[in-house]
Design a protein around this ligand. Structure first.
Ligand code: SF4
Length: 249
């Protein structure tokens, strides 16, 4: 059993903290929906993203939810997509990479070229994630992510709100101050569907060939691009920006 995904639901202080943060989350999302329309939520279908999805659907907020289907996701992620669409009766919008870019990349470099160099890994992430994200964010005022400050060295100090210079719109991280235990306590107490790989020690799940299980005590994102330097590995979707403001608390 993975103790991370099974928090102690007899712990009154944990439940109290989750209830308080869930209330704050609903308020934050409501404010974003009101003040930054059209806002979208980019769901990677990770545990945090399922908390936000649940909160958006519960409040019937006018925030579109989309995911990026890179074409290399684990089968368990597709299972979850299907479950989410059915359980919440959700029109989950999926964005796909451009065929021509994928065809050129794989012909030139090989189907698994992301293992060969950081540059080729980043090029693959750009084609399969960054470019589709740019299309998903076009003509939006704000986007929402499920990132938390505690997730990794690259996310330390993550604010609740920041201006996304790369994509030219506001970006909100409403779970930035949540702990992993709080995320899982929310999932368990609200019966939220989640990716079954989490129970098998995959705290952070991306594409299948670039994600592995971790050992207890390892950094939450140690299983992502594990062959690279941990202080610099991000997919390009979340560029750290020093130009930070925090309006919503
Ligand atoms: Fe490509 Fe791996 Fe990035 Fe997925 S995570 S887009 S397979 S390099």
């Amino acid at each position: 059993m993975n103790p991370t995904t099974q928090p102690n639901l007899q712990d009154a202080s944990l439940l109290e903290s989750v209830a308080r943060k869930a209330e704050t989350l609903a308020i934050r999302l409501g404010q974003i929906a009101d003040e930054w329309r059209p806002a979208v939520f980019a769901s990677s279908l990770g545990a945090e993203d399922m908390v936000i999805t649940d909160a958006i659907v519960r409040k019937h907020l006018p925030i579109e939810i989309f995911s990026l289907d890179t074409g290399r996701l684990p089968a368990e992620t597709y299972d979850l997509m299907h479950e989410v669409q059915r359980r919440y009766d959700l029109k989950l919008k999926l964005y796909y990479p451009r065929n021509d870019l994928i065809e050129d990349y794989t012909r030139e470099n090989g189907i698994n070229a992301f293992y060969d160099s950081v540059a080729l890994r980043k090029a693959c992430c750009h084609i399969r994630k960054v470019e589709p994200l740019q299309r998903a964010l076009a003509n939006r005022k704000a986007w929402i992510t499920g990132m938390r400050a505690q997730q990794s060295a690259t996310r330390d100090g993550l604010p609740l709100q920041q201006y996304d210079e790369a994509n030219k719109l506001e970006k909100f991280n409403p779970l930035s101050d949540w702990t992993e235990q709080e995320v899982w306590a929310y999932i368990r107490t609200h019966d939220v569907p989640y990716n079954k790989l989490h129970d098998r020690f995959y705290p952070s799940i991306g594409c299948a060939p670039c994600t592995r299980a971790i050992s207890l005590g390892e950094d939450v994102r140690a299983g992502r691009w594990w062959w690279e330097d941990p202080t610099s590995k991000e997919c390009g979707l979340h560029v750290k920006n020093p130009n930070v403001v925090s309006i919503i608390r």
